[in-house]
Design a protein around this ligand. Sequence first.
Ligand code: SF4
Ligand code: SF4
Length: 273
Amino acid sequence: MAAIPFIRESGPKEHPTFHCSACGKCCSHIRGMISDNEQEFLKEYAYGKMPIVQLIPIEKMSFPLWDWEARRMITWAQERGIEHRIMPSRAILDLDSDAAIIVTYSIDSDACTFLASDGKCRIYGEKRAYICRLFPFNKTPFLSTEETPDPKEYFGSCSAMKTVLPHIPQGSKEQISFFAKAFPDGSFHNAVQHDHIIEWVNKTVISLMKERRLRPAMNYPYALLMRRIGDAKAIDFTEFLVESGHSSREERDNLIKAFDANSHAEEKIAQYL
Ligand code: SF4
Ligand code: SF4
């Protein structure tokens, strides 16, 4: 997203390769980047039927930021005088501690608040959020439930994909090895790591419930849930892991370092190369 302009045609014998043209479209339209199927799922389950509750309406949803990413971005915004509009977007209401555990944040704006008027990202040199670094991917074969998924389902709308899309093989194993070579910008590795973190969050919520460290409110009327979340003490998900005794502070910090280094993505992709 909002990279330095760089366009190159792939030669006929080269592996098809993606090159971001820095059009800035993915940074200037950050709402509604989910498929119709995902929207249907969220409408049905994400407004009170699952432990993690959606705090904003579907039509206002923009991309998710993990809590440690949001904290960094808020700091960079404060240093640069940017009105960031970052706010909680998904939370768990814990009935035992009466805490609102914030799982993700998002930017409440049509265009990213870090995008400058010249189309450049004002924090491009920083370790930006996964969601900034994984586009044009929306998801990867690692989170696909289909055996022969439609390649287009992995990607958001991006004109630079036209050099790659026609060459994507069928079959998720072949696709993984193809994507590892076709995205030298690292977007595939970032997308795989982001998918890994989604799985990690879901598994960790279940572990916390089994360990009786978390008792999420579910099947409450949505308006009541929102009122209680609004009144509750807010705590970030990764801080709750430490406060609840699930992880030591050092374990939590090391895990975030491993996420930042794409360690899990490297391991997963290596099995297919
Ligand atoms: S839409 Fe595609 S080409 Fe445009 S900035 Fe985003 S990734 Fe790059
Ligand atoms: S932070 Fe930068 S790269 Fe990320 S969406 Fe905003 S402008 Fe784009």
